[in-house]
Write a protein that binds this ligand. Structure first.
Ligand SMILES: [Zn+2]
Length: 441
């Protein structure tokens, strides 16, 4: 199954409230559980090292507090955010490289960026230095890990960057306005910075011959000669068209709707499509056997640069169109139940409950989909109000040095919402199961 994902960002100038909004759908194999985990800020001895899955590297003295959406087997994340409002999401890409030697995994670079940076620019520096030294991309391994090259959006409240990689090489471009990326190389001649060896390496490999022209990163390194076709290209056209249409007016709900969108991208300007299809769309659904790819987790990060509130990180499990975006505050303690889940289906794991709900609904009771969506919408509407009240109150307390009170407030708020979410998803599952039994009688 090809890896698919979509990441987008709208900088303050493109949004209605002048605050950066970042969004990502992580699309993964349909049964690959992706829990949400929080890690505290830590200090490390000077000679400490970090053990990633295939590579060990020197640790830094401080790793920042962060939350990441973690495929259960992986050290790294599909997307995440840290205590400094640095947000990162990735996209699988296919370069011309295939390595035999171990490299970093793209998701590990997300975690390394979150641990090591106070701004998006610092994360770009940290990640590109690691990529130059340790590399990433497609490499053979006996652990059965599917590896690939990566593209990223790295954002903070003021700036955002696209980083695209091929092996040890990379290109970076600072984003203006709003943009989406997908599973297709999109930095052509418009890069701002390249890896030190980016051009010479491409020439040495015979992938770049026209040395008088401005270097085209995608042309040299992408496996796809035609980057205007294919699922990634269609989804990128769609996200860019929607962001461009709403530019100056982009809101949190625009990004939530875009992550739940089922347009196949053939009419990139069309209104949001709510009817679930299998095939190419930003909200990816498993096939009619429950297999293939599916959106595993989503994030809409609503950053804040004016000190009026805390940033609000809206996280959803499995298909965003059949679930709810929960407001998460990194200044509080993430409910630990959200971190439960591995390869075995379990009723204790929120992720697996949402997977079950999607499976039963779509395979057996599709007529109940609107009822389920209405139930989530009701809860979502409540959360959209309460979250911003809490975000203001939390900021007010922290500004006055009452960090502990803020932490307790945010922790309690998140715990209550998670309880309601779990009650609701269990209730919906039991309604769907009852309806299936009645149909069988
Ligand atoms: Zn959907």
């Amino acid at each position: 199954m090809p890896k698919s994902c979509d990441t987008m960002v709208a900088l303050p100038s493109a949004t209605k409230e002048n605050q950066t909004i970042f969004a990502k759908n992580s699309d993964r194999p349909a049964t690959e559980c992706q829990p949400l985990v929080q890690r505290a800020r830590e200090t490390h001895p000077v000679d400490a090292s970090t053990k990633c899955q295939f590579v060990e590297l020197p640790e830094v003295t401080t790793t920042y507090r962060h939350i990441g959406s973690r495929p259960y087997w992986c050290w790294g994340y599909e997307h995440g955010f840290n205590e400094h409002q640095v947000v990162i999401g990735n996209e699988g890409l296919a370069s011309k490289y295939e390595f035999d030697s171990p490299k970093l995994i793209g998701m590990e670079l997300i975690r390394l960026g979150l641990e090591r940076a106070e701004t998006a620019a610092e994360a770009v520096t940290a990640m590109t230095e690691l990529i130059t030294k340790y590399g990433q991309g497609k490499f053979s391994n006996d652990q059965g890990v599917r590896t690939y090259d990566n593209g990223y959006i790295i954002a903070d409240p003021k700036e955002a960057y696209i980083l695209q990689t091929a092996g040890h090489e990379w290109a970076v471009k600072q984003i203006q306005g709003a943009v989406g990326i997908s599973n297709v190389y999109s930095l052509e001649e418009d890069w701002d910075r390249l890896s030190p060896n980016g051009i010479n390496e491409a020439i040495a490999q015979g992938w770049w011959t026209d040395t008088s022209a401005r270097f085209n990163f995608s042309e040299a390194y992408s496996r796809e000669a035609d980057r205007s076709v294919g699922s990634g290209a269609m989804r990128r056209k769609r996200s860019c068209a929607v962001l461009s249409k709403y530019t100056g007016n982009i809101e949190l709900q625009t990004m939530m709707a875009l992550l739940s969108d089922h347009s196949d991208g053939s009419k990139p300007d069309e209104p949001f499509q709510t009817e679930i299809l299998s095939g190419t769309s930003i909200c990816v659904h498993h096939d009619d056997k429950g297999e293939g790819g599916n959106t595993a987790a989503s994030l809409v990060a609503h950053l804040c640069d004016d000190g009026s509130r805390l940033p609000v990180y809206w996280c959803s499990f499995y298909s965003p169109c059949l679930a709810v975006f929960l407001p998460i505050f990194i200044e509080g303690e993430l409910p630990q139940v959200l971190a439960i889940g591995d390869e075995t289906p379990s009723d204790d794991s929120p992720w697996w409950l949402f997977r079950q709900l999607s499976l039963k609904l779509r395979l057996e009771e599709p007529e109940l989909i609107p009822t389920v969506q209405a139930k989530w919408q009701e809860f979502q509407t409540q959360l959209l109000t309460t979250a911003y009240e809490i975000a203001k109150e939390g900021k007010f307390l922290i500004e006055r040095g009452c960090e502990n009170t803020a932490n307790q407030l945010l922790t309690r708020y998140m715990a209550e919402n998670v309880e309601t979410m779990l009650e609701t998803v269990r209730g919906l599952l039991s309604d769907v199961e009852q309806s299936i039994e009645m149909a069988a009688d």
